[in-house]
Design a protein around this ligand. Structure first.
Ligand code: LRH
Ligand code: MN
Ligand code: MN
Length: 401
């Protein structure tokens, strides 16, 4: 990193111009908890309208050019046409998220279900999701399994791992050479006794066995309280096995609140490891190998706040954490670490975290022809009022009902 303040600011801006954050289509639909889904005026009625709303977030932030789909929540007859619709709105379709948790058939699990008929149905859905990827040009298939058990003795824990491995093998073999499988873990919920992919170690072991194009997804809300997520990020990056993030905030469990809202310092610590690990800005590995290719996604629900501004705020929070991480003086940090200067090393990190990067980001946007204040610009645009008037009977996100 260059020495003078202005050179440093220019380098940080150059890196930030390469940033892209993927938005979840389901963040734009109605959502809630199992107690209540609060309907909001103007929510999208179709996958096309979800994509149009996501395009608004990109329009005002400039760094959210792709939208992840969840199948079948975003089911359409013609996925190539949906991709064309996204392109005409100024965005593209990103990760395809499979959904094998919403049918009655999945009461005892999907790919780990004791009944081979249900397992077949689940794997067939995953294979169909790869067909969708072929049509949309997506790179990543994201797998999260709600599978697990509620009571000791309910099923054979190890046999469920065998069934999971068989399913993953079959789907991995179906991927085209440019496609990847990313496997997401979650500590608990909806299963409360055992979960079949409960932690990064389990996901990592399956991905390691599968091969190069299987990687782990870190959803920041999917850990026990107090878990050091940046350690997991550092470990997976070092092993070349970090595939994607699902960013969100949590106070208690899988709260799916706005990224950077509950603990902006944690988000900074994670982004510091991302920068340190060479995953942002993305460059080739030291041996010329392709870069880490990490997908930086949001996985959130806006149950009580308006959805498009909620996504804009979240994108800006990730951008702020990234700017601070880029400001860490890596040379000074390495020097302090090598000298065993505990307090010195800590203050290098804290200096970056405590920098107010908002003026720099406003400047960056102005230089790139964006409004320096995306939240205000969106509010002024009248889009929110327009969709509230035009759209009647919005669709549920599919989540939290
Ligand atoms: C599971 C999860 C997973 C799903 C999404 C809706 O809790 O994080 O990523 O696909 O929520
Ligand atoms: Mn997730
Ligand atoms: Mn989750």
């Amino acid at each position: 990193m260059p020495d003078t303040t202005s050179e440093r600011a220019a380098a940080v801006k150059a890196a930030l111009r390469t940033q892209s954050i993927e938005l979840p289509s389901w963040a734009f639909g109605n959502s809630g908890t199992r107690f209540k889904v609060f309907a909001q005026p103007g929510v999208p009625r179709t996958p096309e309208e979800k994509i149009e709303d996501a395009a608004q977030v990109h329009r005002y932030t400039g760094i959210a050019p792709s939208v992840a789909l969840h199948i079948p929540w975003d089911e359409v007859d013609d996925y190539a046409a949906l991709a064309a619709h996204a392109a005409s709105a100024g965005v593209r379709i990103g990760t395809i998220n499979a959904n094998v948790f919403q049918d009655d058939d999945y009461r005892l699990g999907s790919v780990t279900n004791p009944d081979p008929r249900v397992r077949r149905k689940a794997v067939d859905h995953l294979l169909e999701c790869v067909d969708v990827m072929d049509a949309t040009g997506s790179r990543d298939l994201k797998l999260w399994f709600a599978d697990g058990t509620n009571y000791p003795g309910q099923d054979d824990i190890a046999a469920r791992q065998d069934r999971l491995a068989d399913a993953l093998d079959e789907v991995y073999a179906r991927l085209a050479p440019h496609q990847r499988m990313v496997l997401e873990y979650k500590l608990f919920e909806p299963a409360f006794y055992t979960t079949d992919v409960p932690d990064w170690g389990t996901a990592y072991a399956h991905c390691l066995r599968l091969g190069e194009r299987a990687k782990v997804v870190v959803d920041t809300g999917h850990h026990a309280p107090g878990t050091n997520i940046e350690f997991i990020v550092a470990f997976l990056l070092r092993a070349g096995k970090l595939g994607a993030f699902d960013f969100n905030s949590r106070f208690y469990a899988d709260d799916d609140l706005m990224a950077g809202a509950a603990d902006p310092f944690q988000l900074f610590r994670i982004m510091h490891e991302v920068v340190r690990g060479g995953a942002f800005p993305e460059g080739p590995g030291p041996d010329g190998s392709p870069g880490a290719g990490v997908c930086f996604m949001l996985d959130q629900c806006h149950n009580i706040e308006p959805k498009i501004p909620g996504q804009i705020r979240s994108v800006l929070n990730v951008q702020e954490a990234t700017a601070k991480a880029l400001l860490v003086d890596a040379a000074a940090l390495a020097k302090a670490q090598a000298a065993g200067d505990v307090l010195g090393a800590n203050s290098v990190l804290m200096d970056a975290y405590n920098t107010d990067v908002r003026p720099l980001l406003a400047e960056l946007r102005a230089e790139d022809g964006l409004d320096p204040d995306p939240m205000a610009a969106y509010a002024r645009s009248g889009y929110g009022e327009r969709i509230a008037a035009e759209r009647v009977g919005g669709a549920q996100a599919g989540w939290g009902a």
